[in-house]
Design a protein around this ligand. Sequence first.
Ligand SMILES: *[C@@H]1O[C@H](CO)[C@@H](O)[C@H](O)[C@H]1NC(C)=O
Ligand SMILES: *[C@@H]1O[C@H](CO)[C@@H](O)[C@H](O)[C@H]1NC(C)=O
Length: 381
Amino acid sequence: MRLWAPRELLVLLVLPSLGFLFFQQLYSPSQCPGVAEKSSPTHVLILSSWRSGSSFVGQLFSQHPDVFYLMEPAKHVWATLSSGSAGQLQMAVRDLIRSVFLCDMTVFDAYMAQGPRKQSSLFMWDTSRALCSPPVCHLFHREAIVPPADCRILCGKQPFTMVEEACKSYSHVVLKEVRFFNLMTLQPLLTDPSLNLHIIHLVRDPRAVFRSRQNTEQDLMQDSHIVMGNQRNKIKKEDQSYHLMQAICQSQQEIYKAAQLLPDSQRERYLLIRYEDLVQDPLTQTSKLYEFAGLPFPPHLQIWVHNITQGKGMGRSAFDTDSRNAQSVSQAWRWSLPHNQVVQLQKVCKDTMNLMGYLPVLSEKDQRNSSVNLLSTPEIP
Ligand SMILES: *[C@@H]1O[C@H](CO)[C@@H](O)[C@H](O)[C@H]1NC(C)=O
Ligand SMILES: *[C@@H]1O[C@H](CO)[C@@H](O)[C@H](O)[C@H]1NC(C)=O
């Protein structure tokens, strides 16, 4: 028996999708080059929580040549008004998001030091391919896959005004944000006539989130304080991480339930996706996400998505999205979390886990046995 060479496998994997894309292009006039540019822009909010794979989903959009992407622009609101609670800051966060969708970057004046600034003042600016390619930076093509580390070295000196210019040159503006805790705050944006908002709600198994948060506790400290608000001093130190997870689980559940109650015209602008489903079948799920956003799936991106989800490495820092074996990362909590912590977490996130189709482990034996499946079909219509 002979084995498939990686290149042959790749061809096998990519060819059927190419055929599909060919027909899609043939029958969909909106995807002719130039037309998308002139019609009004599409706005996509990747709505998620910390350590839920949202940087990865963000990169799926950021590397798309039709997309202007920013990662967590509301980080600036929270960093500047850090004595507020999440609830107190939510309207400021919403207004900032709205302005950024409309490419009005003057909104950052309230949250950045005065005087001339560079685009590198933006939080995680180098994760945005759009800020690493024309019209901002001419060292990369718009169609290139740009690694943040290369962009950081070569494109950091560009003036901040270029951010707005870049934004206006794209058909899609995509923002990833983790600082919304309900859908009510966002609903006015869904009916705002100047926006064409689509919401991708990304959730992840709370046990995997919990484990990932433990590894990045220092990076998340300031945000965690804002989530706990003035309750923080009343909560025992050892309970704080569970309290945080409870707040996160509850908000994920509330957002999902509120979305089901939206009128049809708004409901169809909401898409729930589980991180686990994405890593199990990255090409299919990515094509679903792009379709929802009205984006084509060019061949170079199909190869790239395949590459980054099959690579090795676990990703060390809080905001790292390098190539890794995504599926084994999503199961890593089963070996690294003590069972008693899993039990306690399953208690505080019980309803959310039920709703999203994350099955509880009933014994330490089941937790460590990778043949025991912990995903069921979520109650997603
Ligand atoms: C995918 O991986 C192969 C093999 O490492 C590499 O040659 C190629 O440039 C990568 N392509 C993309 C688009 O990432
Ligand atoms: C692991 O789980 C599978 C599926 O439930 C079961 O058939 C198997 O016996 C388990 N293995 C161990 C060592 O318990």
